[in-house]
Write a protein that binds this ligand. Sequence first.
Ligand SMILES: [Cu+2]
Length: 154
Amino acid sequence: MPRLLPPGRLRPGLVVLALLVSVATAACSSSKSSNSASQPTTPSAAATTAAATGASAGATGGATTVTVTETEFTLHLSQTSFTPGSYTFVAKDDGHVSHALAIAGPGVPTTQTGTLDPGSSANLTVTLQKGSYELWCPVDSHKSLGMDTHIQVS
Ligand SMILES: [Cu+2]
C-alpha cells in the first residue's frame, strides 16, 4: 500500500488513525452504495391524488379531533355522533390518578395510548368505519369502574 502521507510530518499514531478512518469510510460507503433505495419517489403526486379523492368524497382533509376527558371514573367525549373517516382522539387525563385510552372496533385492532399522568394528554389517530367502537381506560380495573363507552359510526 502506498503511503498516503509523508511519515515525517505526523506522529505515527495519527497516521494509523487516519488510515483506519479512511478504511472505515471506504468500507462503509462501498457497502451502502450497492443497491440501497436511492429512489426518490414522488410523494407529492400521491398526496395530490389522495387530497383530490378526499375532497371529492366531501372530507375536510385532516382527521377530526375528538377530545376524550378522563376522570375517576368516566370518559367524556367532545362529540358523540360519528361518520366514517379519520379521527384523532385526544385523551386528556383530568383526574387525580394515571389513565390511558384504548379503542377497538371494525378495522381497528386494540390501539391505546401510553399511561397518562394527571394533567397530561396523548393522541390516538384511527380510521373509523361504520359500526360500533369501544373506548376504555386500560389502566388497572378502571374499565369496570366506569371508564368504558361505545360509539356508533354511521
Ligand atoms: Cu383510568
